[in-house]
Design a binder for this molecule. Structure first.
Ligand SMILES: *[C@@H]1O[C@H](CO)[C@@H](O)[C@H](O)[C@H]1NC(C)=O
Ligand SMILES: *[C@@H]1O[C@H](CO)[C@@H](O)[C@H](O)[C@H]1NC(C)=O
Length: 199
C-alpha cells in the first residue's frame, strides 16, 4: 500500500519532464516547429494543418501536448465525401452525376430551355454536405382561349412563350379595359395575369 503510493508520487514528480516530440504523421501538411528544435512540454500547443482531404477535429486549431501524447488523437481526420447531388426541378446537371464527390468538388447545373435560373449555377461539396442554392423559374405560355374569354389579344404579334420577367402587352378585341389589371403584364415564374375588356 505505502510502496504503491510512493511510486505514484515519484512518477507524478516526473510529469513536468514529459515532452512531446514532433509527430511523424503523413496526414500533416504543416507543423509548427519547436523553438530551437526542442520538444514541447506538457501543456504546450503547436499549430498545424492537415493534408488536402483531411481536417483537424472540429473546433481544434492547435495540437496540445498531453500525458498521452499529442491531442487530438488522431491529429487529422478524413473529410467526409458527398453523395449524389440533389436533383434540380426543371433542370439538370451539366455533366453526368457521380455517386461520390470529394470535399470542395463543384457541380454545375442548368435549367431546361425557356426556364431562367435564379441564383448561382453551382453546388459545392463542403464537409460532406452540398451547399449552394438555385431554382429554375418557369416560363409563361399565353393561351388563345383564355385571351378570347378576357376579350383581349396580343398588342403586337409575337411569341406566345415568355421567359420569367419578360413583359407582354395586350389590347382589347371588344370594349375597354376594366378593373385595375394593366394591359402590360410581366411573366412571374409561370404566372401571367390577364387583363379584361368589356363593352
Ligand atoms: C477548397 O478550394 C479552395 C479554392 O477553390 C481552396 O482555397 C481551399 O483551400 C480548398 N479547401 C480545402 C479544404 O481543400
Ligand atoms: C367580354 O365582352 C363581353 C361583351 O362586352 C362581355 O359580356 C363579357 O363579360 C366580357 N368578358 C369578360 C371576362 O369580362
Amino acid at each position: 500500500q505505502s510502496l504503491a503510493s510512493t511510486s505514484v508520487l515519484s512518477s507524478l514528480s516526473f510529469f513536468p519532464e514529459l515532452t512531446c516530440s514532433r509527430p511523424h504523421d503523413r496526414l500533416l501538411s504543416y507543423w509548427e516547429d519547436s523553438w530551437r528544435g526542442e520538444s514541447k512540454k506538457l501543456g504546450d500547443t503547436a499549430s498545424y494543418t492537415c493534408r488536402s482531404g483531411y481536417k483537424r477535429k472540429d473546433g481544434v486549431t492547435r495540437a496540445t501536448c498531453t500525458r498521452d501524447g499529442w491531442e487530438p488523437n488522431p491529429l487529422c481526420q478524413e473529410i467526409p465525401p458527398c453523395g449524389t447531388p440533389p436533383p434540380l426541378e426543371d433542370g439538370d446537371t451539366k455533366t453526368a452525376m457521380k455517386e461520390h464527390y470529394s470535399h470542395n468538388e463543384t457541380i454545375e447545373y442548368m435549367c431546361q430551355s425557356y426556364y431562367i435560373m435564379e441564383g448561382e449555377p453551382y453546388k459545392t461539396c463542403l464537409y460532406g454536405e452540398w451547399t449552394g442554392h438555385m431554382r429554375c423559374l418557369r416560363p409563361c405560355i399565353v393561351n388563345e382561349d383564355e385571351m378570347r374569354q378576357h376579350n383581349i389579344t396580343l398588342k403586337s404579334s409575337g411569341t406566345k412563350y415568355l421567359v420569367h420577367d419578360e413583359i407582354i402587352e395586350f389590347r382589347c378585341t371588344r370594349g375597354l379595359p376594366m378593373g385595375n389589371v394593366a394591359m402590360r403584364q410581366r411573366c412571374n415564374s409561370g404566372v401571367l395575369v390577364l387583363p379584361t375588356c368589356r363593352e
